[in-house]
Design a protein around this ligand. Structure first.
Ligand code: ADP
Ligand code: NA
Length: 340
């Protein structure tokens, strides 16, 4: 038997976008589909992490976003009979208790070097909130509470995964144990470790937190929305041949990355496919067609799932029960190691 524990999470800050899909969820589905006997797979909705950038009068929206996130995962092909799908906050007591034990070992200097912290914090550090600073430690606890061995994430998470491995080693060394495994990072299959970029500003990653909503494509976007966003996507006027060059042509390269990821074709195959186009209009029409074809079935399932509240509730209850069981057993063992 294979005793791998595959674990990952997504924030319920909005619908899954193409970056999430190609960077992570695609791989989640792949792992789901070829799960072997003995393996555990747990995919969480990181609703505690969603609070690190608090929004006032946001209660109803958060509630809705959490449910939508479950429906979106199901629509992308995660099967709750195979993989456990949970809300982080429903097993939050276990996660946050381990977070506390780890935070007592985590050096602040290390956290201070996290690029996501540097990106998200505002100028005045004295006004920044502890949760935003410390959340990579909670993320480590999220993985470690299930003794996660494999974590499928996008490339933007590599630094946080390093911290997780560091904290596992530090805990093991400090308490003279071999309890925690070292979690391996699994990068998005189709796109390798590449990031999907914002459509309007290719130097940034496509992100749910972006203000400019035409910079990202949601997996539930209609064909009209997809066409209009791709039409506006920032490109260049370098030439009427469309080739991959991340430094000189980041916008075009991003579109080629998207096509390559969705069609599971290499970049050179995609370059060959688009060599028939000599103007942006036909090139972008083609890119739109590929995206529309890939996302249509997801959007159709999404509409179906969001209308079936009872089914969604049953998925949530089932995920809660099975993840609670693992987290409870592991935390009992962890406390024993610590002497509590
Ligand atoms: P976001 O950054 O949009 O809020 P999350 O933090 O919830 O998304 O990330 C969910 C998963 O999607 C993570 O594994 C993350 O690495 C991946 N991911 C997010 N944005 C991108 C992107 N632009 N390209 C590739 N992967 C991404
Ligand atoms: Na993120």
């Amino acid at each position: 038997a294979d005793d791998a524990v595959i674990f990952s999470m997504i924030q319920p800050t909005g619908i899954i976008h193409l970056g999430n899909y190609l960077g992570a969820i695609n791989t989640w589905k792949h792992l789901n589909d070829k799960k072997r006997a003995g393996q555990k797979i747990i995919y969480g909705i990181a609703d505690l992490h969603a609070l690190t950038i608090p929004k006032k009068n946001h209660v109803a929206e958060l509630k809705q976003n959490r449910i939508d996130a479950i429906a979106a995962l199901l629509s992308c092909g995660i099967d709750p009979e195979i993989s456990t799908i949970n809300f982080q906050s429903m097993v939050g007591g276990y996660h946050t208790e381990l977070y506390w034990y780890l935070s007592c070992l985590a050096p602040m200097g290390y956290l201070n070097r996290m690029t996501q912290w540097k990106d998200k914090k505002n100028g005045d550090q004295s006004k920044e909130r502890l949760g935003l600073f410390a959340y990579p430690v909670l993320q480590a606890a999220d993985i470690m509470i299930y003794k996660g061995t494999h974590v499928p994430v996008g490339d933007d998470q590599s630094q946080h995964l390093e911290l997780t491995r560091y904290l596992s080693e530090r805990f093991n060394a400090f308490y003279d144990t071999t309890y925690f495994p070292s979690a391996k990072t699994l990068y998005g299959g189709a796109t390798g470790s590449k990031k999907i970029s914002s459509l309007s500003n290719p130097s940034k990653k496509m992100s749910k937190s972006s203000e400019d909503k035409s910079s990202l494509i949601y997996v539930t976007d209609t064909p009209e929305m997809i066409r209009s966003k791709i039409k506006k996507a920032k490109t260049d006027s370098i030439s009427d041949i469309f080739y991959y060059d991340l430094t000189e042509r980041p916008g075009v390269s991003n579109l080629l990355d998207i096509v390559s990821g969705l069609q599971k074709k290499s970049i050179s195959e995609v370059e060959r496919d688009v060599s028939q186009f000599h103007d942006y209009r036909s090139f972008k029409d083609y890119v739109s067609d590929v995206i529309i074809d890939a996302l249509n079935p997801i959007r159709e399932r999404y509409v179906k799932y969001t209308n079936d509240k009872q089914y969604l509730e049953s998925v949530i209850e089932r995920g809660y029960q099975s993840s609670r069981e693992i987290a409870h057993q592991n935390l009992t063992e962890i406390k024993k190691i610590i002497g509590l």
